[in-house]
Design a protein around this ligand. Sequence first.
Ligand code: SF4
Length: 380
Amino acid sequence: MRLSSKKFLDYFTNPHSTEEMPVIDRHVMKKKKFYLYKKGVVLCLITIIQRKCDKIVMKKQENDEQMEKKFAIVKNGAKMEEKAKDTMGGGRMQYEGQICRAPMERGSYMLPVAVGCSYNACKFCTLFKHLQYRELPIAQIEEELQRVKGLNGRPRRVFLGDGNAFGMKTERLLKILKLVREYFPDVAEVNMDATVTNIQEKSDVELKKLWEAGVRHLYLGIESGLPDVLEWMHKDHTLEEAYTAIDRIKRAGMIYDAHIMTGVAGRGRGTENAEKTAEFLNVTRPRHVINFSMFLHQEAPLYRDIEQGNFLPADELENLLEEKCLLEHLQVDGLKYDGFHDFVQFRVRGTFPEDREKMLRKVEEAIEKNKKEKPVFAVI
Ligand code: SF4
């Protein structure tokens, strides 16, 4: 008796099978064995492929979660929650993207006035790459102010989001500042991020008007004191342009704060970058320096350069050595420094000159500790 493959399998695998015992000649047995072998191989292959796919999906999810966590807790210095809670003690504001602001703005009331960054071209930055830049309607901004007022909010400091709020037309900015004053007459200062180009696009008269309307701190992404690094990273300014723009906002009464990035010059150039960045900061004299230290996501255009061998990243140990050199060279009395290193979970902060030695000792300790570790790169 010859059985179909199904019945054949049933007979040998099912103890309750009602099939009669098959007559198995050698030829049939060979065929069945080959069939079972083929089936086994196919099942194995399917399982292997499925596991591989699962691993890829899980790795991507892990990367995304890690990125959000890093940006939220370490890089931004300010805490980000999935649905950002406002700082007025209740309620939720409408917010798109990742909240990114200097740690000293942590206690400010964050008022979103735009989504994304109008420049969005810096090679290392993925903060707003997924967002189409747009300005929020004035009505929506006013609704948010009403909401916070309704919660009895009485902010003293306001931070306008997002990426480069100072890039908006002066007329629109003045309208927003007027609204802020109407709702919250006690507001002492309105601060925001800016690029050098944003400043260049405004006349001295406009800068003065904005200061009169309440603008105080402008946080500029200076990143490096090396001209070739600025060009390579697609920053929107040269050092000369930055010198001029900073001088102009200061003359208008505004306070300039600098974001910089150790590691931005790549492997082997840490000392050179530290010296030149310190030189720039010693001349321009910011109130705050925030060192975000190079932190890269694989989606960043710079990551392609790393893959193609066009850019060699510095490891965290070199970044710490660079930071030490920077702290040794900074000569700005009253400057408040805050430096983060994401992957080695290290932060150093203090005021110059009184905290210089204390900060140096802390960095030296971190250097000694990291010398014993394997090289770590802040890439996720
Ligand atoms: S200007 Fe700032 S937010 Fe915009 S792309 Fe450059 S680093 Fe990112």
